[in-house]
Design a protein around this ligand. Structure first.
Ligand code: ATP
Length: 485
């Protein structure tokens, strides 16, 4: 599609979507009222309907929530052993990479802010990305690296370094997929820039209203695409032609949210041609590439490959059970082993997870429950407690099959096997639930509960997919597990 026809499509779509009521609100009205109730962790949670299967009771993977959860529970940098790949727009220009923040010749107050955050040296991705982002003349950049590798810190530093504090108008725009993610980014900028007293940050997010035509004086504005677009066009709070750095964060999450890609593209079209464009993403599927190439033609590209999860150090077993009660009994037999280190138990539905957590609690065990009906903050709190060893066993749905690394978990139980919507083995989810990166390298055990011919079929599919035999658990394996966990 040429830029014009793409732009035309954007205009048409915009006109249609602005006339519609908020889709989420509409959807939740259709689903009926939510029920407020207490959960096993003592949290107040909102529960939807109780249907089994692929209804509301199965937690879908929500990328924006997952990303926020990752940010909330992260304490340190994710250190990757993979090599950084740099593709320069102009291969003949020298490739700079820095090993210290001093080499970047930052303003002293900014350097002080960086050190006050406890950053001693640039992360892997920052080593190459920072010199590129700070180069003169400005260069465009597309950067891909998994969550936790220092992307947010990198572009926050670039924006703080870029602005001229004496100019009281918006010079840097940063687009984030949700209100909560925008606030998280803002906190990093405010913390890093705390000694840059003349640099101010504003939030273009829902509910933050100003009188039409009143210009924003803050040099950095972070917001969600819809509100930012309004601020730039409808309300004229920002003169987009005066913006000289545009950051698009979490592009993969962004384009997964309906309407966000087109709104971001509309903001892009309002900017001047020489505005520096920076795009960040944790993953790079085809759709993200297409979008990135549209908004940032001729960009430098930096990629840091994720360390793949493997099943190399994992001993896998299955146990045969007749019913969920039978699975519960089998779990109780494993319980001694579960609590030696820490264990995670995965269920298919929220209802099953609640039932199991209640049964285990009734039986006198101390367990934590994590499922999608909790707010992201409540989930972060439960994960934090589990990480600190306050509970030894975590019962959960797919809501945390990826993204959380609890190093001390050495046993994973698939109380329900992971299946896709067609009822086939969901191999990716299986790998995310039980796989480890080579980085942790520790041994682990996975026990799969099989309660029907169907679930035995799924075990066979998983065996074939990963080309690994999954034997039946016998008492001698239990002794082995107790010794190894
Ligand atoms: N150079 C550094 N040295 C030490 N810690 C760092 C450095 N850069 C970032 N961090 C810290 O590492 C963690 C991850 O950084 P950051 O949030 O920037 O990563 P990210 O790739 O943007 O991930 P996400 O998208 O999930 O936020 C944060 O706690 C941050 O404070």
């Amino acid at each position: 599609m040429s830029e014009d026809s793409w732009a035309f499509a954007v205009d048409t779509q915009e006109a249609q979507t602005s006339a519609q009521p908020d889709l989420r609100e509409k959807a939740s009205r259709l689903r009926g009222p939510w029920k407020k109730t207490g959960d096993i962790n003592g949290n107040i949670v909102l529960q939807k309907d109780e249907r089994e299967g692929w209804g509301e009771d199965v937690d879908p993977v929500n990328l924006a929530e997952q990303s926020l959860l990752n940010k909330l529970i992260r304490r340190t940098l994710v250190r990757s052993r993979t090599e950084v790949e740099v593709l320069q727009r102009d291969p003949s220009s020298p490739l700079f990479s820095v090993k210290t923040f001093e080499e970047l010749r930052l303003k002293p107050e900014l350097l002080r802010g960086v050190y006050s955050m406890g950053f001693n040296r640039p992360s892997r991705i920052q080593e190459s990305a920072l010199p590129m982002m700070l180069a003169q003349p400005p260069q465009n950049l597309i950067a891909q690296a998994q969550s936790g590798t220092g992307k947010t810190a990198a572009f926050s530093l670039a924006m703080l370094s870029h602005v001229n504090p004496t100019n009281k108008w918006t010079q840097c725009l940063c687009v984030a997929p949700t209100y909560e993610l925008a606030v998280q980014i803002g906190q990093v900028i405010e913390q890093m820039g705390k000694f840059c007293v003349d640099v101010k940050v504003a939030y273009a997010v829902r509910g933050n209203r100003m009188e039409r035509g009143v210009p924003v004086k803050e040099q950095i504005v972070i917001g969600t695409p819809g509100t930012l677009l309004d601020w730039c066009s409808k309300y004229k709070h920002i003169d987009p032609k005066k913006v000289s750095m545009f950051v698009l964060d979490e592009a993969d999450v962004m384009i997964a949210i309906q309407g966000h890609r087109d709104q971001s593209f509309r903001i892009y079209r309002l900017l001047s041609k020489d505005c520096q464009m920076l795009l960040f993403s944790a993953t790079f599927e085809e759709s993200v590439w297409k979008f990135a190439e549209k908004v940032i033609p001729n960009a430098n590209i930096i990629k840091l490959k994720r360390e793949e999860e493997t099943l190399d150090n994992i001993r896998q077993f299955y146990v045969i059970c007749k019913s969920k009660e039978d699975k519960f009994m089998a779990l109780c037999n494993l319980y001694g082993t579960l609590t030696i280190a820490q264990a995670m138990i995965f269920c298919h539905t929220r209802k099953m997870a609640r039932w199991l957590a209640a049964q285990l609690t009734q039986d006198g065990h101390q367990v934590a429950l994590l499922s999608g009906e909790m707010t992201v903050e409540q989930r972060a709190h439960v994960i934090e407690r589990f990480r600190n060893g306050r509970e030894k066993v975590l019962v959960t749905t797919n809501v945390c099959s990826r993204g959380i690394d609890v190093e001390q978990v050495s046993l994973v139980v698939n109380f329900d096997l992971p299946v896709d919507m067609a009822g086939k083995a969901d191999n990716d989810t299986y790998l995310h639930r039980i796989g480890r990166t080579g980085r942790f390298g520790r041994r682990g055990f996975a026990v799969n509960m099989v309660d029907s011919k169907c679930s035995m079929d799924i075990i066979n599919q998983i065996e074939m997919h990963f080309n690994r035999k999954i034997p039946k658990l016998d008492p001698s394996n239990l002794v082995e597990m107790e010794n190894m966990c």
